[in-house]
Design a protein around this ligand. Structure first.
Ligand code: GDP
Length: 686
């Protein structure tokens, strides 16, 4: 069910444009039809009230009286008569629940009153004592709340997970996992992923572990891959990510998730170290995740574990029995031999890591896999980072929100709650999500909806990108806050790769060092871009190799700089200049074309949707605009979307009639001409 914008406006006594403004101010999107739930929320926000209970009416009355008193006393103060004592009339209603009350960064007086079980009027009185004039809808910050409740015998505690929408959007998991007390943390199981070269036996190993060791074998084992599962080895749980390969691991990392404690590197004993083995090693190294090597296919007659160990030394992994630090376990995934020893080693390594989390808080989890289920709608396999996730919990995840309706283990057994490092498939999401996105439990559906909306708006406007682009890298080097410039290097041949690496090793600078975090032969791939996105301050460089359109798009979305070269000297020279702050991306100005506005469809706050025709050249999504009226420039703006009938387009050629989304201060009118241009980056030496 939905109501129109006009209906909502008249209900609240606004004109339509006032209503639009109000909705935008509240951080929601303006649409011609408004879903009932959203409308309800807007009404609540605007009027500041839901249906009031008798007690609340009473509280408000007293609050109003208090307010009058405050105004009176302030007048007196102004007149030089210092008021020593706040009125105490309403303090008779004090009914303090002693104990710990959790609140977020800020709270309204009314909500605080409810949570602390104190009359709102009492709180208003206490605020007044501290010189703050407030009504029950006033938002006060955490520190103020502490000051006014301490006197009332109420102890406040900062609620967990009160991260900003920006933290959620950026996938700033650290912020969400912040704990104030070490003492309350409890041991949690390790989360393990399996990496290695294709065909070395990752899938066979994951299947072997799953079918022999899953917690509950009643269902006779599971065959489908569900993203994650848990096994118990000698009474200790281990959580496995069921998507083999470092691509999945890094894609998750790039979106903020930290869901691997230990990596198992599978290397086939009859083969050797291959390009993806090296990639996997570098990805684990970059993520700071310890590696346990599984030397697989030991059943094969030509298995040669010593050759593998020798080759791994060259990549920084030295076996324990050769005096190194890395545990290497010979196994046969196919014959299911050596699996116990491998799990034992994983537990050994994770013991050293001393993995802990707080099960007694609202959950923060990471999405491991997500898909659309015919009956349940969007479902996601999630892995709990900290806290306990319960059926009924409201949450925000990615740009959407939901409520845990159903939680199931890999055997489709229903669960009521799961703790740190546990995994389950959940239903109750309002929209699809992506692996690596962070799920955060919040106190109410309203908060969930609001935060999701904020995150959605941020993503839409692309206000923030995940990675660190060239501008930011240069800026940080100048400020001295970036001490290590990381590089993912791809080249057409092993020979040129080595030559570039050697030349890079000689590039020295006192302030900033260069580190090649990954290098390889071949085209620039998604995995390279994701790796850069997962490690802020990383450039992706190609030598005689390119990124295809799909990879370029990903880089753009992630805010990652990909630069390709044809001459080694230029690549080295550019890096030297970046280090000394002598290189600037030069912005080339490119004129695109003209668009004539034929109809205005929608007008929002600094945003409009218009229909029109490309009269010259072409239009590109994200182009910058000059607004011309009667041939004169009257303002500037940006194109944020192009629509051909119902399809979103990246670019449209001359002669096309289309819809355009415009961002800018000037209100467009029929007949206006939008001149589009863009800037393109090119390296320029100062
Ligand atoms: P992935 O690409 O790394 O996931 O590799 P798979 O698990 O799909 O295995 C590739 C091939 O190697 C399959 O034909 C497996 O049957 C085979 N394989 C995996 N592990 C072993 C093993 O321990 N011994 C032998 N002989 N073959 C294995």
């Amino acid at each position: 069910m939905a109501i129109t914008l006009a209906q909502l406006a008249s209900k609240l006594g606004f004109t339509e444009s006032e209503m639009q403004k109000k909705i935008l101010e509240l951080g929601f999107e303006v649409t011609a039809e408004i879903e009932d739930e959203l409308a309800q929320l807007i009404i609540e926000e605007v009027t500041g009230k839901v249906e009031k209970s008798a007690a609340e009416v009473y509280d408000q009355k007293i609050a109003e009286e208090q307010e009058k008193e405050i105004v009176k006393s302030q007048r007196k103060q102004k007149a030089g008569k210092i008021v020593k004592k706040a009125p105490t009339r309403t303090f008779e209603r004090i009914e303090v629940r002693k104990g710990m009350v959790e609140i977020g960064d800020s709270i309204t007086v009314k909500e605080l009153a409810e949570k602390a079980n104190v009359s709102a009027a009492v709180l208003i009185g206490a605020l007044m004592k501290n010189g703050i004039l407030a009504n029950i809808n006033q938002v006060i910050d955490y520190d103020t709340a502490v000051i006014i409740t301490t006197d009332l015998g109420v102890q406040l505690k900062k609620a967990h997970g009160s991260a900003s929408a920006e933290d959620i959007f950026k996938g700033n998991l650290e912020k969400l996992l912040e704990e104030d007390e070490e003492a309350i943390l409890e041991k949690r199981p390790p989360v393990v992923c399996v990496m290695g070269h294709v065909d070395h036996g990752k899938t066979t190993l994951l299947d072997a572990i799953r079918n022999e060791h899953v917690v509950d074998s009643e269902a006779g084992g599971i065959t489908q891959h569900i993203g994650a599962y848990q096994v118990v080895h000698k009474g200790q749980k281990i959580t496995f990510l069921d998507t083999p390969g470092h691509e999945a691991f890094t894609a998750m990392r790039a979106r903020g998730a930290r869901v691997t404690d230990v990596a198992i590197l599978v290397v086939a004993a009859d083969d050797g170290i291959m390009p993806q083995t090296i990639e996997a090693i570098n990805h684990a190294k970059e993520a700071g995740v310890p590696v346990v090597v599984a030397i697989n296919k030991m059943d094969k007659p030509d298995a040669n574990p010593n050759k593998i160990k020798a080759e791994l030394v060259e990549h920084g992994l030295q076996s324990e029995d050769w005096g190194g630090q890395t545990i290497m376990v010979p196994i046969s995934a196919k014959k299911r031999e050596g699996i116990d020893a491998l799990l034992e080693s994983v537990l050994l390594v994770s013991d050293v890591l001393d993995l802990k989390a707080n099960p007694n808080r609202p959950a923060v989890a990471s999405v491991v896999e997500s898909h659309l289920d015919g009956g349940l709608g969007p479902v996601a396999t999630i892995l709990v980072n900290t806290g306990t996730l319960k059926v009924g919990d409201n949450f925000i995840v990615g740009q959407t929100f939901g409520r845990v309706k159903l939680m199931k283990d890999p055997f489709k057994k229903s669960l009521q709650s799961i703790g740190p490092s546990d995994t389950a498939q959940i239903a109750g999401l309002n929209d699809a999500v992506e692996s690596g996105q962070i799920l955060q439990v919040v106190d109410s559906e309203k908060t969930a909806r609001q935060k999701a909306m904020q995150v959605h708006n941020m993503a839409k406007e692309e206000l923030i990108t995940a990675g660190m682009g060239m501008q930011e890298i240069l800026q940080r080097i100048k400020e001295g806050t970036l001490k290590l410039l990381k590089v993912v290097l791809k080249a057409d041949t092993q020979g040129s790769l080595e030559a570039i690496k050697q030349a890079l090793a000689k590039v020295k600078n006192d302030d900033v060092a260069i580190r090649v975090i990954h290098s390889g032969v071949g085209g620039i791939s998604d995995s390279d871009v994701l790796m850069a996105a997962a490690s802020p301050g990383t450039l992706v460089l190609g030598f005689h190799t390119e990124a295809n359109v799909q990879v370029q798009r990903l880089a753009e979305r992630m805010g990652i700089e990909v630069v390709t070269y044809k001459i080694i000297y230029e690549l080295i020279d550019d890096l030297k200049k970046i280090l000394t702050g002598m290189l600037q991306p030069e912005l080339l100005h490119i004129e695109l074309g003209k668009f004539k506005v034929l109809k205005v469809f929608f007008t929002g706050k600094n945003e409009m949707v218009v229909g029109g025709r490309v009269t010259e050249g072409k239009m590109e999504k994200k182009a910058k605009l000059r607004v011309l009226r009667n041939g004169e420039k009257i303002g500037e703006g940006q194109l944020t979307g192009l629509k051909l009938v119902n399809e979103d387009m990246d670019a449209l050629e001359e002669g096309t009639e289309c819809g355009a989304r415009y961002l800018g201060k000037v209100l467009l009118e029929e007949g206006d001409v939008l001149e589009a241009w863009k800037e393109e980056k090119k390296m320029k030496t100062l």
